[in-house]
Design a protein around this ligand. Structure first.
Ligand code: DO4
Ligand code: MG
Length: 275
């Protein structure tokens, strides 16, 4: 089952059909532990009219905060140790990769996140920027993982590399967070062989592509979710990006006009253009 936010309202995709949901707000729906059963009951009892497939869905987030886990894949550890070598920050990434407590940071308010088919941005005071393709958890108010979406954790590598304390500036600014195109609602965990693919195109030509699989992640998803909810409440649920396993080589930086397409097969493709 997939959940879309559209201009016309909330649309549910189930077994090849699309239905319009008018039984409450987005935030009330995301807060629920039983989204799938609740929506299925609405379909089964004919309470949702059939509609056309959504076009140009909006970011699947309203009142939810978006948080992010970091250094959950070996590739992220390596790239960050390299970029922060001269600042002496490399050790921090090495240590957090193996530490019991994961790195978790605030990424974006829901209203600041952009959806598929829109623009992401690079900071004007940065010269080295990359997208980070990340499986993104959707969690209920109680902290239950109820669904999955795709996230792009845009990052300014030169700012983060200069000093790890600059992380919030490297990660949180207008156009730094893209999520979408929908939420895959599933009570079952995604298979470990689920792949996360990214293609970056410039002037219609591919300039970078890469992929990873969930099996490459050092941490377990329920453990990341539990850490986030340990001492923090999220009344309307929350989204959690789970870290990148793909980082382009050091010679690569994004440029204005680049198209970034991130695909996680059971969810779809999140496409954004760099402003
Ligand atoms: O430690 C800095 C950020 C890490 C991150 O965003 C990632 O690994 O995806
Ligand atoms: Mg990241």
């Amino acid at each position: 089952m997939k959940l879309f936010r559209t201009q016309q309202g909330i649309v549910i995709e189930q077994a090849g059909q699309h239905y319009s949901f008018n039984g409450g707000t987005w935030d009330a729906l995301i807060a629920r532990d039983d989204i799938q059963a609740f929506l299925q009951a609405q379909i089964d009892t004919g309470r949702m009219p059939k509609v056309a497939a959504p076009v140009n869905p909006k970011a699947p987030v309203v009142g939810q905060e978006i948080w992010a886990a970091g250094v959950t894949y070996m590739r992220s550890r390596e790239a960050r140790m390299e970029e922060s070598k001269s600042s002496g920050g490399g050790d921090f990434y090495d240590k957090v990769y193996v530490a019991e407590r994961p790195e978790i940071f605030y990424k974006s308010a829901g209203h600041r996140a952009v959806g598929t088919g829109t623009n992401v941005r690079i900071r004007k005071d940065s010269k080295w920027n990359v997208p980070e393709p990340e499986l993104t958890l959707v969690m209920s108010a109680s902290g239950k993982i109820t669904g999955y979406t795709i996230g792009n954790d845009m990052s300014s590598r030169d700012i983060e590399g200069e000093n790890p304390l600059y992380l919030p500036q490297a990660k949180c600014y207008d156009g730094a967070c893209a999520v979408g195109p929908c939420i895959l609602i599933s009570k079952d965990p995604l298979p470990k062989d689920t792949t996360i693919k990214i293609v970056i195109s410039r002037g219609g030509k591919e300039v970078f592509s890469g992929s990873t699989a969930l099996s490459q992640m050092k941490r377990e998803l329920p453990s990341l979710a539990a850490y986030l909810y340990r001492e923090t409440t999220f009344k309307t649920g929350c989204l959690l990006m789970t870290g990148t396993g793909v980082v382009p080589g050091d010679g690569f930086t994004l440029a204005s006009g680049d198209e970034i397409a991130i695909t996680i097969e059971p969810i779809g493709t999140l496409v954004n253009t760099v402003e």
